[in-house]
Design a protein around this ligand. Sequence first.
Ligand SMILES: NC(=O)c1ccc[n+]([C@@H]2O[C@H](COP(=O)([O-])OP(=O)(O)OC[C@H]3O[C@@H](n4cnc5c(N)ncnc54)[C@H](O)[C@@H]3O)[C@@H](O)[C@H]2O)c1
Length: 359
Amino acid sequence: MTRFLDLPSMCRLVQQVGMPRFLRELSEAITEDYLRWNDFDKSARLACHSPGGVIELMPVADAQRFAFKYVNGHPNNTRLGMPTVMAFGVLADVATGYPLLLSELTLTTALRTAATSALVARKLARPGSRRMALIGNGAQGEFQALAFHTLVGIDEIRVFDLDRNATDKLVRNLAAWPGLRVIRADSTAHAVRGADIVTTVTADKTLATILTPEMIEPGMHINGVGGDCPGKTEIPPDVLRRAKVFVEYEPQTRIEGDIQQLPADFPVTELWRVLAGLAAGREHAQQVTVFDSVGFALEDYSALRYVHALAQEHGIGEDVVLVPPAGNPKDLFGRIAGASAAAALRANDVARPAMKRVA
Ligand SMILES: NC(=O)c1ccc[n+]([C@@H]2O[C@H](COP(=O)([O-])OP(=O)(O)OC[C@H]3O[C@@H](n4cnc5c(N)ncnc54)[C@H](O)[C@@H]3O)[C@@H](O)[C@H]2O)c1
C-alpha cells in the first residue's frame, strides 16, 4: 500500500512532533544526504515556463529510493487567493518502482527550504550571529524565521514586506514564540542595517533589486531564497561580485539562481563540498557570503524519507491503493470489477446511445 499524506495530515504530524524538533531532524536528514552526494543520480529540474509562472518536476534517486516533486511558482497567485508555491511528491522503491509515499509538499517545501537555509547559515554565517533581516513576509516567512531561531540562534528578526498585511500576519504568527523578538522595519534598508544575516524571500517574476551594494556590511551572510527561476532574481550582480557565493547544484543554479546574471565562469562553491570538508566556507570575519538558494531535489528526497518514517511512527496519513496491491499482477483487467468486469463494461456501452438521445 502507498502511504498518503495530505495537507491536514502533514499539519498534524508537525504539531505532534513540534516545529523545533521537526526542523532539527529535517536539517539533519538533509545534511546526511548532502554528505552522500556521489550516491545520487542528479539532474537540473525540468521547467515549463508561462508568462505568469513556472511548473517544475524535480527528480533524484540513489540505489534505494527515487523521489520527485511537482512544484509551481506563480507570484501573482496570491491575488487570486492561491499560494505562490504549491507542491506534492512521491517517494518510490528503486528495486521495484513501487510508490511508497504520495505526499503534500507545499508545507514540507517551506520546512525543507528553511531547514536548508539554516544548516547552510550554520556553516557560513559568522559564529554568534544573533540578528537577521527578513525581506518578504509571505508563505515562507515564518518557517525561515523559526529555522534561524531554532537552529542558528537568531533571537532578533527585523521584517519588511511591500505588503503590510503580509508583515502583520507574520508578526501575529510569531508573537507568542518564546525568545524571538520580531521588529517591523519601514524599509529593506532599515531591516538590513546591522544584521548578521539577511534573508530575501520575495516573489516577483522579474530581475528585482532587493539588496543594493550600500546595504551590505562586511561579514554579512545573505540567504537568497526568492531568486530561483530564469528572469526572477533578488540580488543584483554588484552584490554577488563582492561576495563568496555558495550553491546547491551548480548546473541548476547557473540557470535559475541569482548568478544567472553573471558569466558562466563566475566562481561558486557547491554546498556539499563545504559540508564534507572538501572546500572552504567563510574565510574571514569580514567576508560577505551568499547562499544562492534555488531548492534542489535532494532536499525533497530527504524531506520525503523523513516524513515517511515519521508518518509510520505516529500512525498519521492513510494507506491508499494507488497501484495494484498483491494478487494476480497480470490480471489488471480483472481489477475493474472482478469477474463481472466485462459485463459491467458492456452495460455501460449500451447505456451511452440512450444518454445521447436524451441530450
Ligand atoms: N529556494 C527555494 O528553495 C525556494 C523554496 C520555496 C520558495 N522559494 C521562493 O521564495 C519566494 C517566496 O515564496 P512565498 O511562498 O513566501 O511567496 P509569497 O507570495 O507568499 O510571498 C512573497 C512576498 O514577497 C513580497 N515582495 C515581493 N516583492 C517584494 C519587494 N521588492 N520587497 C519586499 N517584499 C516583496 C510580497 O509582497 C509577498 O508578501 C518565491 O519567489 C518562491 O519562488 C524558493
